[in-house]
Design a protein around this ligand. Structure first.
Ligand code: CP3
Length: 335
């Protein structure tokens, strides 16, 4: 929270995207008990438990609510499933289905997630930041249009170009539902919230501005109109030079960086906005000198300014736990 105010802390606070996940045996155990992935997200006792697991094991400075960005389409009444080895599968929407969607009642469906936030705030040590989150409208919409993940989000890009009015309707509804959802998470006890835009990188300048930056700016505005002091992290993964436009247009409090931008550019961004991330998750899988060098480079490039240490994207299931321990020790100056 202090970094988001612009403070530089030594060592920087640290957490990891997807820190509760399949690389942890204790997660896999609870996941199996829960039945489906969405059952795990909607069972407050179990969702609280898996959120706390990486805090207990590693002592991270922030806990991120265990849930998924696709609970929003689920709450809108769309059939969402997570299939083993295939990832998310949704009932795809077309222009007609979009017209019939309504965000009324979406929050009621998400009450168990809000209960998880309340339980977490009560269970966590005071000094551990609790992060809520949602997906950015564009990224959530890409899954809703295609019905599953794709390598380049071609289906959603075609839809946005061919049927911009229907797509605008979808985005507007996601803005509304996401803003209400984030406000509810903050009121339930989240200290800050992160907006994940994992597919922001596939759009050209005009489409990026229209479908990424503008809707996120609108969410930020709506959240702050209800909670003026709300702290919001934006993560437009892979957007390169557009990072600057995104930070300026959305007015977020902290920028999540992937690992593909030049160091000097990351430093320039940090002059205006606190930053988080920047470590290639492949370095965490590799371990050894590759990991140490990645950590050292980030501390050297960004450690003197407002920085939250994190990966540039989520940790993957094959990552060895010993590498996570190595990273944390290195960041905290103990290795
Ligand atoms: O970071 C955290 O620990 C919080 C929880 C969280 C999850 N997903 C848990 C999860 C968060 C913040 C997300 C965000 C999310 N979900 C994004 C944006 C961030 C990103 O990673 O790009 C996206 C695109 C999704 C959609 C999604 N959910 C996909 C594509 C998948 C399948 C990929 C996979 O690893 O299987 C999921 C499933 C998912 N969400 C898992 C976890 C821990 C793995 C599910 C399992 O237990 O089998």
């Amino acid at each position: 929270m202090r970094v988001m105010e612009g403070e530089a802390l030594i060592p920087p606070p640290i957490w990891m995207m997807r820190q509760a996940g399949r690389y942890l045996p204790e997660y896999r155990k609870v996941r199996q008990e829960a039945g489906s992935f969405l059952d795990l997200c909607y069972t407050p006792k179990l969702a609280t438990e898996v959120t706390l697991q990486p805090i207990r094991r590693f002592g991270f400075d922030a806990a991120i609510l265990f849930s998924d960005i696709l609970v929003i389409p689920d709450a809108l009444g769309i059939d969402v499933r997570f299939e083993e080895g295939r990832g998310p599968v949704l009932q795809p929407v077309d222009a007609l289905a979009i017209q019939k969607l309504s965000s009324d009642g979406a929050l009621r469906h998400l009450v168990p997630v809000l209960e998880t936030v309340e339980r977490l705030r009560a269970a966590l040590p005071h000094e551990t930041t609790l992060l809520g989150f949602c997906g950015a409208p564009w990224t959530v919409a890409t899954y809703m249009i295609a019905g599953h993940g794709t390598p380049d989000q071609g289906p959603a890009r075609q839809f946005a170009l061919n049927q911009p009015d229907a797509f605008q309707q979808l985005i507007d509804m996601l803005v509304e539902a996401s803003a209400q959802y984030l406000i509810a998470q903050i009121k339930a006890g989240a200290d800050a919230v992160q907006i994940f835009d994992s597919w922001a990188s596939v759009l050209d300048a005009e489409q990026f501005s229209r479908w990424c930056a503008k809707p996120v700016a609108e969410i930020v505005k709506q959240v702050r109109s209800e909670v003026p002091e709300a702290r919001i992290i934006g993560f437009p993964k892979g957007v390169g030079a557009f990072y600057r436009d995104y930070a300026a247009q959305t007015d977020i409090d902290m920028l999540g960086l992937d690992w593909t931008i030049p160091r000097t550019f990351a430093q320039q961004l940090q002059k205006d906005t606190p930053v988080q991330g920047y470590l290639d998750p492949q370095r965490l899988i590799a371990g050894g000198a590759a990991l140490d060098q990645g950590v050292d480079d980030i501390l050297e490039a960004l450690g003197a300014g407002p920085l939250v240490f994190n990966l540039g994207h989520g940790i993957t299931p094959q990552t060895p736990i010993t590498h996570v321990e190595q990273m944390i020790a290195r960041v905290r100056g103990k290795a």
